[in-house]
Design a protein around this ligand. Structure first.
Ligand code: 13P
Length: 252
């Protein structure tokens, strides 16, 4: 059975002081919650503070990106060993905002995820179509391209421990969620693709999150779908009442 996983992607929000306030409040709200993996992904500058604050709690730490080299002359980059050193367990890779604004490609996603795996970080690999691609009926083609390109050359064992996030770009920050059945259709397609690429066991083991305007109001219907194993939450993860409500509703 796949344990649901709810991750908060804080994006470019929260100083480390603000992050501490948020996570302290979150800790109190979710202290008794079991059966759901809870992850927060603050900006790099708040990782250490948040890491210290969540020691011995049921909250885990994620980063929002990672570079593929361990060290060297790569000004401005952060490596997997650096993240590990701070207690980071998960890392978001290939978010659509990085694909859109920072030149991320399947190839660079693949390099980042290999580096993450090599150092024992669990990648959360994002895939998803934009509005014009959906309207042109290219959704499945785009998803296939993202999955095959991003996951190229991985073994079934490597895939099995990973998390994928289906984030339709048109649903991100727009308040326009994919209908549960519409999301499920893509999730089932992704799992089918994973089965072809890595075999049944690895495909069944891989958790696939939905992301894009997830709220306390729509999480239950989304998580009720067979292949939706959690959520990658943006805006609603920045406020404890909404994020905690999503977490509590995510138990299958
Ligand atoms: P929103 O929940 O704000 O739509 O963002 C989704 C997202 O991009 C999470 O990674």
């Amino acid at each position: 059975m796949r344990i649901p996983i709810i991750a908060g992607n804080w994006k470019l929000n929260k100083t480390s002081r603000e992050a501490l306030v948020l996570v302290e409040e979150l800790k109190r709200e979710v202290v008794d919650v079991g059966g759901v993996d809870i992850v927060v992904c603050p900006p790099f500058t708040a990782l250490e503070t948040v890491s210290d604050a969540i020691t011995e709690t049921n909250i885990m730490l994620g980063a929002q990106n990672v570079y593929w080299a361990d060290n060297g002359a790569f000004t401005g980059e952060i490596s997997a060993p650096m993240l590990k050193d701070l207690g980071v367990q998960y890392v978001i890779i290939g978010h659509s905002e990085r694909r859109q604004f920072f030149g991320e490609t399947n190839e660079t996603v693949n390099k980042r995820l290999r580096a993450a795996l090599k150092h024992g970080l669990t990648p959360i690999v994002c895939v998803g179509e934009n509005l014009s691609e959906r309207e042109a009926n290219q959704t499945f083609e785009v998803i296939r391209n993202h999955c095959q390109g991003s996951l190229a050359g991985l073994s079934a064992v490597e895939l099995g421990g990973m998390v994928l996030a289906y984030e339709p770009v048109w649903a991100i920050g727009t308040g326009k969620t994919a209908a549960p059945a519409q999301a499920q259709e893509v999730h089932a397609f992704i799992r089918g693709l994973l089965k072809k690429m890595f075999g049944e066991a690895a495909a069944q083991e891989t958790r696939i999150q939905y992301g894009g305007s997830v709220t306390p109001e729509n999480i239950a219907a989304l998580i009720g779908e067979a292949d939706i194993d959690g959520a990658l939450v943006g805006g609603a993860s920045l406020k404890v009442p909404s994020f905690a409500a999503i977490i509590k509703a995510a138990k299958k």
